[in-house]
Write a protein that binds this ligand. Structure first.
Ligand SMILES: C[S@@+](CC[C@H](N)C(=O)[O-])C[C@H]1O[C@@H](n2cnc3c(N)ncnc32)[C@H](O)[C@@H]1O
Length: 447
């Protein structure tokens, strides 16, 4: 932490920096397009005349960026949603830091995430990854009545569509997210828009690479594709802002379901995620996972990145008290991909369903193992063949004592959409700042 600065101030500075990057969307993207345009103009006229429509395309790109800017402006207008009391935001906004290219790319990927989560056109991509999770849950809870009060947590929920879909089906669903880009955008979509299709955006307009037909670049999507207020009375919907490990790390036996989609590989230490997921689930609860093992910290030299194969990972499940009930590998899914792009990255995903069979206290297991090793060292006969300690038994330790539940903001949709708004808007500032400040990577934009 910088000397003299409170965690709240550092977090507020980060938030302001994110907003300032969002504000620069149009300017920055137009600069990028200006380079494409000027490179074309620099060509010898004998080449330029070969593609007479190019200038018209650049004009249209500029117009579409201006249309995107209308939605961006709406996001910026709602910036008060995540401001904390007691911070002098005017003076923070008065200073403007340098442009961070990575952060700039986040706002463009946020527009693509809008396409993935909240457009008709994104439905096929959603079906690939949210589909198996939703089908598994509706199979387990076939009627709306049976879903009432069933608590589902979706960590790393991005723009929140899976959470909303589950609430729409009658579950009590909670999303958790730590990226301000995601939080503020989903806040606007879920709380501030009046009707389906209110904004038109062009999520791929700035990408001139791998475009088959010129028109593909101008793929327009209207967001949201649904009336976000359309939730059954028995459902619940809430969003919790903050780092997953901080928000749920001390919870015990709270949840019926944890649904992770493209999330578990965002960890510095994936086994720590598994430990928290296991502890937060009730005995008999289910962890449903869909996604690859991209390991988001892999290329970051200064970050820990525990990179296990799926085989290694699944071999730990029973120690965490999980019974692997279902496993499918090789399920294809794209992530915010243009449907007609000439370059499409398709992940070959794992879909898994684990039932938590028992409570496990990993610390107690480890202590037990240490004790056994010590014991075998003390009493081992002095023969070299008897030197290796016996492996730790994978037995369950006593149930961890239940701890006070942290930061949960579950609402009941019975009290209308206002409840949805309240749960998102009332994410108390201290909760957010404390969580983000304590996380190993407080600049929380990894997606
Ligand atoms: C690859 S994206 C997946 C988003 C969404 N589940 C989907 O499928 O579209 C991973 C998300 O997890 C969020 N995330 C990463 N680490 C997190 C953490 N420790 N706590 C909360 N959210 C986190 C990122 O900000 C990002 O939005």
């Amino acid at each position: 932490m910088e000397t003299g600065k409170s965690e709240e101030l550092l977090e507020a500075e980060h938030y302001v920096d994110v907003i300032q990057h969002i504000q620069r969307y149009a300017t920055h993207t137009l600069i990028k397009i200006a380079k494409v345009d000027s490179d074309f103009r620099r060509m010898h006229p004998k080449y330029k005349t070969l593609v007479p429509s190019f200038h018209d395309k650049i004009r249209r790109i500029r117009e579409c960026i201006a249309v995107n800017q209308l939605f961006i402006r709406r996001i910026v207008e709602e910036k008060g949603a995540f401001m904390q009391p007691g911070i002098d935001y005017d003076s923070l906004f008065a200073r403007e830091g340098p442009v961070n290219e990575e952060r700039m790319s986040k706002i463009r990927s946020t527009l693509r995430q809008c396409y993935r989560d909240w457009s008709v056109e994104g439905a096929a991509e959603r079906e690939q990854c949210y589909g198996p999770i939703i089908r598994e849950l509706t199979r387990r809870y076939p009627t709306v009545e049976s879903r009432a009060g069933v608590k589902v947590c979706c960590p790393g929920s991005g723009l929140g569509r899976l959470v909303w879909d589950l609430a729409h089906l009658g579950f009590t669903a909670q999303g958790n997210e730590f990226s301000y880009f995601m939080l503020l955008t989903s806040y606007v979509i879920l709380n501030c828009l009046e009707r389906p299709g209110e904004y038109t955006i062009y999520p791929f307009v700035d990408d001139c690479k791998n475009v088959l037909r010129t028109e593909d670049q101008f793929l327009a999507v209207r967001i949201p594709d649904v009336d976000v207020r359309d939730l059954p009375e028995t459902a619940g919907f809430s969003m919790v802002a903050g780092d997953f490990l901080e928000m749920y790390g001390s919870q015990r036996n709270e949840w019926d379901v944890v649904a992770t989609c493209f999330f578990i590989d965002t960890a510095n230490n994936i086994l720590h995620y598994l430990e928290v997921i296991s502890r937060m689930l009730k005995v008999g609860g289910v962890w449903i996972n869909f996604g690859p093992l991209l390991y988001h910290f892999s290329e970051m030299d200064r970050e820990m990145s525990i990179e296990l194969t799926w085989e290694e990972l699944r071999s730990t499940f029973s120690t965490f008290g999980f019974h692997l009930e279902r496993e499918e590998t090789g399920l294809p899914a794209t992530y915010t991909a243009h449907p007609f792009s000439m370059l499409k990255q398709t992940y070959s995903n794992v879909f898994s369903v684990c039932v938590k069979e028992r409570d496990v206290d990993l610390d107690a297991l480890y202590a037990e193992m240490q004790q056994k090793q010590q014991h075998s060292r003390q009493f081992a006969p002095r023969s070299p063949s008897a030197a290796s300690p016996s492996p730790a038994p994978a037995t369950a330790a006593a149930a961890a004592p239940s701890q006070p539940q942290q930061q949960q903001q579950t609402s009941n949709a019975a009290s209308s959409y206002a409840a949805v708004a309240a749960t998102v808007t009332t994410a108390p500032a201290p909760q957010f700042s404390a969580a983000a400040a304590a996380s190993t990577s407080p600049m929380t934009d990894a997606h």
